[in-house]
Design a protein around this ligand. Structure first.
Ligand code: ADP
Ligand code: MN
Length: 184
């Protein structure tokens, strides 16, 4: 097939969406049940201290994107060399090179459900509202559609445990098909 993806023997998947939609929970299950390596990008940023100052107005650390992408490039290259696939989870998707991923799973959650989850997480009103607004405006989904080929962007609901199980199942089926299609 000639693109970068065809050199991999296992697929790489990005689970993305607004904070609280269930990326980390879903990606952990995918890692376990599909047999992929879970990369929690938010955790990686903290571990490697990928910060470039602090934005006082937004009350948040500024991401050192170059440092993060350099570190991830090594992780992705190493995984590919070892015949490992990766399931990454992060609340943004447009910062990554397109060639890294074979599937972009965008999780969606109803406003009331997301409210409860963000409240349980101790987010203040401003942060809750910002994230709920972003989910209503489908910011991450639009970003995904702008950054990747339409065919690889899959939008799925993540409101209930049944949704999560069905999403993991779907990724499992998708992976089996990917392995067939990419077998030598
Ligand atoms: P994210 O990584 O997207 O911020 P998490 O995976 O940390 O989200 O999930 C946030 C909270 O919502 C957790 O308490 C998790 O158990 C719960 N949760 C996530 N997805 C679902 C779902 N599909 N159904 C029910 N609860 C969920
Ligand atoms: Mn998370």
């Amino acid at each position: 097939m000639g693109d970068d993806g065809s050199e991999r023997t296992k697929p790489n998947i990005l689970v993305t969406g607004t904070p609280g939609v269930g990326k980390t929970s879903t990606a952990s299950l995918i890692a376990e049940q599909v047999g992929l390596k879970h990369v929690n990008v938010g955790d990686l940023i903290k571990e490697l201290n990928c910060y470039d100052g602090f934005d006082k107005e937004l009350d948040t650390n500024i991401l050192d994107e170059d440092k993060l992408l350099d570190a991830m490039e090594v992780i992705f290259e190493t995984a590919a060399e070892e015949g490992q696939g990766i399931v990454a989870d992060y609340h943004a998707c447009e910062i990554f090179p397109e060639r890294w991923f074979d599937l972009i799973l965008v999780l969606r959650t109803k406003t009331e459900t997301l409210f409860d989850r963000l409240a349980a997480r101790g987010y203040n009103e401003k942060k809750r509202d910002e994230n709920m607004q972003a989910e209503i405006m489908q910011v991450v989904l639009d970003e995904a559609r702008e950054s990747y080929t339409k065919e690889i962007v899959h939008e799925v609901q993540s409101n209930t445990i049944e949704d999560m199980d069905s999403n993991v199942d779907r990724v499992n089926q998708w992976t089996k098909q990917w392995l067939k299609d990419n077998a030598d």
